[in-house]
Design a protein around this ligand. Structure first.
Ligand code: ADP
Ligand code: MG
Length: 375
């Protein structure tokens, strides 16, 4: 086990800055996930830790060792990638043990490690299979076992489940959590899929455009996002946003107004602000007792219902002639999540409230959070 520290890491490819001034401390034994949209710099960060790329500026520490200039094999890390490259002409045993054989470990030690790794990823009894005789998930487990036998201080996994189908991905998610518990090793995991980030991690590091946005436990990022990017990226479907301004006695926007004492929530009258409300914090007025502190009533019109089985995503228009676009939810739209038992239909007029206790306010200019409750 070891901690990993990135100290002011910048990586530029010519004019293109992939990662800028990143400071991150991954704790010993922690499962930390780098999450963010495609191209935000996750893989670059991983490759810098692994030693597959040199940072333009900054220092990488594993434990207290400055490893910035060490080759990958001397860093005590093992990496699992999205595209697993198994040797097609070798069976599972030979694939898993390849690195150890190359390093001339003795036969008993190799066997011991391979057996143990196969047990952890549940490949016992398949050691003599060839890769072509295995499913995608099984092959991915071989790749993980190959990393396990190296007994690294730090596991690096870059989108290891991205090529698997949805069901297998969810299954492997659980497996990886067990693996982490079992190995008691530091794991740094990369995904663009926030469901993986939320479910597996001790903490997530949210990255946008080469910049670290927030490093916190998943639920902290969900309940108290530091800024508009984290608020919109974490949570699916995403938060509803309303752009307006802070007044002397609350918040004003085209469709939603809200009374509060600006001083009490730390907002400045006259400033542009954005109100954020998650779909599950909006209720039909008749269910308003479910909100800790219900807002004033909002009149709306049901546009589209999307039954998901366990909930119904309900898209509302806040005025009849609101323009909708394919680009996503606009200002005059509000999404709420309803219980499937709820008796509503498309085209119906409804009255809704949201929970002021769960309402978020952001500074529109800086995009930083101002408050996570407007009760
Ligand atoms: P992610 O893994 O989050 O999708 P990457 O770290 O792969 O993102 O890429 C971050 C940015 O750096 C992207 O804009 C990408 O085009 C650029 N980039 C990554 N690798 C290289 C490279 N070898 N040469 C030039 N640009 C690169
Ligand atoms: Mg990547």
């Amino acid at each position: 086990m070891a901690s990993v520290t990135l100290d002011s890491i910048t990586k530029a490819y010519g004019d293109e800055i992939a990662v800028e001034d990143m400071n991150l401390e991954v704790r010993d034994g922690e499962f930390l996930t780098l999450v963010g949209p495609s191209g935000c710099g996750k893989s670059t960060t991983m490759e810098t830790i692994a030693g597959l790329t040199q940072p333009t500026e900054g220092t990488v520490y594993i434990g207290d060792r400055d490893v910035t200039n060490l080759p990958p094999k001397n860093r005590g890390v093992a990496m699992v990638f999205q595209n697993i490259a198994l040797f097609p002409h070798m069976d599972v045993y030979d694939n898993i043990s390849f690195g150890l054989r190359l390093r001339k470990y003795d036969q008993d030690e190799i066997e011991k490690r391979v057996d143990r790794a196969a047990e952890i990823v549940q490949l016992e009894g398949m050691l003599d299979r060839m890769p072509e005789e295995m499913s995608g998930g099984q092959r991915q487990r071989v790749a993980i076992a190959r990393a396990i036998v190296r007994q690294p201080d730090v596991f690096l996994m870059d989108e290891p489940l991205a090529n698997l189908d949805a069901e297998l991905r969810i299954h492997m998610r659980t497996q990886l959590q067990r693996l982490h518990r079992e190995l008691d090793t530091t794991v740094i995991y990369v995904t663009h899929d926030q469901a993986q980030a939320m479910t597996m991690s001790d903490r997530i590091a949210v990255i946008d455009n080469g910049h670290l946005q927030q490093v916190d436990p998943p639920l902290t990022c969900y309940n108290a996002p530091d800024n508009l990017f984290v608020a919109s990226f974490i949570g699916s479907p995403s938060m509803n946003f309303f752009h307006g301004s802070v007044t002397d006695d609350g918040f004003d926007s085209e469709f939603i107004d809200l009374g509060f004492d600006p001083e009490e929530v730390g907002a400045t009258p006259g400033k542009d602000a954005t109100l954020g409300i998650r779909p599950e914090d909006v209720y039909l007025k008749r269910d308003s007792e479910e909100a800790t502190v219900p807002s004033d009533t909002i009149k709306a019109h049901i546009d589209v219902l999307e039954p998901m089985g366990d909930e119904v995503f309900t898209y509302l228009l806040l005025e009849e002639d609101v323009e909708t676009s394919a680009e996503g939810r606009g200002e005059g739209q509000l999404l709420l999540s309803l219980d499937p038992q709820t008796d509503v239909e498309e085209g119906q007029d409804v009255e809704v409230v949201f929970d002021r206790h769960e309402a978020h306010l952001f500074d529109s200019a800086s995009e930083e959070a101002i408050a996570h409750s407007l009760a």
